[in-house]
Design a binder for this molecule. Structure first.
Ligand code: ADP
Ligand code: MG
Length: 234
């Protein structure tokens, strides 16, 4: 059973008289526990597509199922609840809350989107701090750690709700090449450990080789699909 099924999804943005077709009839399927990248230059539609998969926005046309749910027909509240239990997000600029410690940033989604008892919260946060190698920095604040460490924290935060899917929109854009590579490797390790599907977007040709399934986006169209071994062949 596929985790994501997209059939001819299209996205138009209307601004005044002008309509921009950001995505043109995209069809693809993504299997559970896969490690997928959408690659394309700026303006090719990467963010638009991840926003649709992440139920932050809706296609103008087409069919989209995520985790067996037809996400087109969810209202705002249902979308929020669906995201809270199924999807984790990682951002280009990390989006950590500056007034919270590393530990508290990771714990935050458990307080906001899921009501998880305190003992279980501590167990999950501690396990993830260990998994991403940040246990010794747990009491530090975001401005006391490096960019690569911030993205490690963001990966842990994305996984703390046990989502089926983690979406990362250009997660390495603000990192140097070596750190970028380490962040992608960590995401892959987390996929192996938790069997969570990871989908990341990038325009960086140097890290696309790390994806197991690589989709190329050009001007709103899917122009290529490469499978590079590993598991999952959606
Ligand atoms: P990428 O993330 O690959 O840089 P985007 O998904 O942000 O690409 O953008 C794809 C296309 O859609 C671009 O032409 C962009 O200008 C347009 N676009 C994106 N968001 C909006 C919006 N909110 N309103 C109008 N046009 C948009
Ligand atoms: Mg973008």
């Amino acid at each position: 059973m596929s985790l994501i099924v997209a059939e001819n999804i299209q996205k138009d943005y209307k601004t005044g008289e002008v309509t921009v077709r950001a995505l043109k009839a995209l069809s693809f399927e993504i299997e559970p526990a896969s490690f997928v990248s959408f690659v394309g230059p700026s303006g090719s539609g990467k963010t638009t597509l991840l926003n649709l998969i992440g139920c932050l926005d809706k296609p103008t046309d087409g069919k989209l199922k995520v985790a067996d749910t037809d996400v087109l027909h969810l209202d705002r509240k249902q979308s929020a609840s669906f995201r809270g239990s199924n999807i984790g997000f990682i951002f280009q600029d990390f989006n950590l809350l500056p007034v919270l410690t590393v530990y508290e940033n990771i714990e935050y989604p458990l307080l906001m989107v899921q009501s998880v008892p305190a003992s279980e919260r501590e167990k999950r946060v501690t396990a993830l701090l260990e998994a991403v190698g940040m246990i010794e920095q747990k009491d530090k604040y975001p401005d006391q750690i490096s960019g690569g460490q911030k993205q490690r924290v963001a990966i842990a935060r994305a996984l703390v709700t046990n989502p089926k899917l983690v979406l990362a929109d250009e997660p390495t854009a603000n990192l140097d090449h070596k750190t970028a590579y380490m962040v992608i490797e960590l995401m892959k390790k987390m996929r192996d450990e938790f069997r969570t599907t990871f989908i990341f977007s990038t325009h960086d040709q140097k890290i696309v080789g790390e994806a197991e399934i690589l989709y190329t986006l050009e001007d709103g169209e899917l122009t290529g699909r490469q499978v590079r071994g590993g598991k999952g062949n959606g």
